[in-house]
Write a protein that binds this ligand. Structure first.
Ligand code: ZN
Length: 135
C-alpha cells in the first residue's frame, strides 16, 4: 500500500511480538511470571518487580475509554483527510492503558468510560495498527 501517508511504528526487539500479534488480529500484552502484573507498553523488565521474566499473552481486547481528545487539525499531512478523529487512552480490562484511535463511531459520540473493543487496521502488507471501536 504505497499510498499510505502516515508515519508507521518501528518495531523493536521488545515490541516486535506485539506487532506480529496485531498482524494476526490478536491483541497481546506482556505478563510478569513472577508477580502476574499485566504490562503495556512492551519492555524487558517488569515495572512492578523488575523481574526479566515476561511472557506474551493474548487478551480479550475489551476495555473502556480512559481519556480522549478530538483532533481537529492535522499535525502531519498524512492525517489531513481524517480530521476530526479521536486520539484516546483505552484502559484494557486487564489493567494496562494504550494510546490509540477510536473508530467506528462519530468523534462526538465518544465518552469517558465507554466500553470499547480492539479492532485491527491492516494499513500496509507489513503493518497492522491496533485501534478500538465501540463494544
Ligand atoms: Zn513482576
Amino acid at each position: 500500500m504505497p499510498d499510505y501517508k502516515k508515519p508507521l511504528p518501528h518495531p523493536t526487539p521488545a515490541s516486535r511480538p506485539f506487532w506480529e500479534a496485531a498482524k494476526r488480529h490478536e491483541l497481546q500484552i506482556q505478563r510478569c511470571t513472577k508477580c502476574s502484573a499485566h504490562i503495556f507498553y512492551p519492555r524487558e523488565l517488569c515495572p512492578e518487580c523488575l523481574a526479566p521474566d515476561l511472557q506474551w499473552i493474548k487478551v480479550s481486547g475489551k476495555g473502556s475509554v480512559y481519556s480522549f481528545t478530538i483532533a481537529q487539525q492535522a499535525t502531519h499531512h498524512g492525517f489531513a483527510e481524517e480530521v476530526p478523529y479521536v486520539i484516546a487512552i483505552v484502559e484494557l480490562d486487564e489493567g494496562p492503558r494504550l494510546t490509540t484511535n477510536i473508530t467506528g463511531c462519530k468523534p462526538e459520540a465518544v465518552r469517558i468510560g465507554m466500553p470499547v473493543v480492539a479492532s485491527f487496521d491492516d494499513v500496509t502488507p507489513e503493518m497492522t495498527l491496533v485501534k478500538f471501536r465501540p463494544a
